[in-house]
Design a protein around this ligand. Structure first.
Ligand SMILES: [Zn+2]
Ligand SMILES: [Zn+2]
Length: 141
């Protein structure tokens, strides 16, 4: 017997069988949406997810979520699955993010590391100068 669960989209209770926890009505709606996305991509090969989101008026985050959840899979005419960068939505050949984002990510990481280092350096310097400056003072209780 099917379990009764709340639809993740509309919160209605529905008999849940398997897969994503959404009701039949929402599922049909999403199927329609996926169909539109697929058609749009077929008509505009190489278009990014951001463009799809703008053109079809679907929130970008929603598209990204579908992609991450593996629910939105778009196949090339040759049968291979079209992959999109999880960050910017660009079409990629493999992996999860595009080259640009990968570089950006590495750069961001490096920047953070550099910033942290600078901050640590600052505090160390401050400590030192504070000690040097405060050398002659004593707090008397
Ligand atoms: Zn629903
Ligand atoms: Zn990207």
């Amino acid at each position: 017997m099917a379990e009764l669960k709340n639809c993740r989209k509309c919160r209605r209770i529905f008999p849940y069988i398997a897969g994503v926890q959404i009701c039949e009505a929402c599922k049909r709606e999403e199927d329609k949406l996926f169909e539109r996305i697929w058609q749009y991509l077929r008509d505009n090969p190489g278009v990014s997810m951001r463009a799809v989101s703008e053109e079809l008026d679907v929130p970008y985050e929603q598209l990204m979520r579908y992609l991450k959840e593996g629910r939105l899979q778009i196949k090339n005419p040759d049968g291979s699955i079209v992959l999109f960068c999880e960050k910017c939505g660009e079409i990629i050949k493999a992996g999860r993010i595009c080259e640009v984002c990968e570089k950006g990510l590495t750069k961001a990481l490096k920047d953070t590391a550099k910033e942290l280092k600078e901050k640590v350096g600052d505090t160390q310097d401050n400590d030192r100068s504070r000690k040097e400056k405060g050398g002659g003072f004593r707090f008397i209780k």
